[in-house]
Ligand binder design. Sequence first.
Ligand SMILES: [Zn+2]
Length: 266
Amino acid sequence: MRTREMSRLMKLTANLTSVQRAVLLMHLRVRDERSRALAIVEQRTAAVPGCPRCAATQVVRNGQAHGLQRYKCRSCCVTFNASTGTPLARLRYRERWLAQCAALREGLSVRKAAAELEVHRSTAFRWRHRFLRCPAKVKDLAMRGIVEADETYVLESFKGQRRALAEAGRPSRHRGGKARKRGLSREQIPILVLRTRTGQTADFVLPAAPDKAAVQAVLACAAGQTGCGLRRSPLSPTNPGPCSQAGSLQLAPIAGSVMTALPFTL
Ligand SMILES: [Zn+2]
């Protein structure tokens, strides 16, 4: 907006009634939330956007669409934006995406999340699964500097996977439930969470009995040196995305963690 138009708009706000001011503030808040969500989505293509169809890196900017920068592939002529090919593609109500991330972090039920976000329960259910698929789509991180590591365990879940549950040969648990055995067992999935001092976070599903080699493979992968072949766990919906260069990591285990027994650097 030009400066003259902006000053005219500012003058007009002086004539607003209190109700109109409240409506305008609400409108601006929605716009702000939408911009923040889209800025995070655009971070993933900030370095070199690759074509989602042919993976060519020769792409050009091609205007804006729905608040996102649109790109055009010079090889296959397809147009795309930062959300193309991701679980967030074509999702609406973008101003509520950050609130959805917060609902996931807080572990709200679908019903509570729907009430919080003012969307239908079916929308809240669909969003939950779309957002949980996001970290798996994030490319390997290239963390640098000191990384703190800790392990956590979550109960293995076959929610929505009847065939897999039948193959596991156990009855379904209801509302989380408890493990059948006390302590650590095959029902508990080990997850390694890494965080750098600058706030980059990554998490990986470790093998059932993690050893030094498995942890070393994860660290090498996090440093951008190699693919460790391990599954990225669906715990970090706000993963900040990859760095462009491979770095080196220095492990700083958290007190009380099993990682303390495995001190080494890469
Ligand atoms: Zn292409």
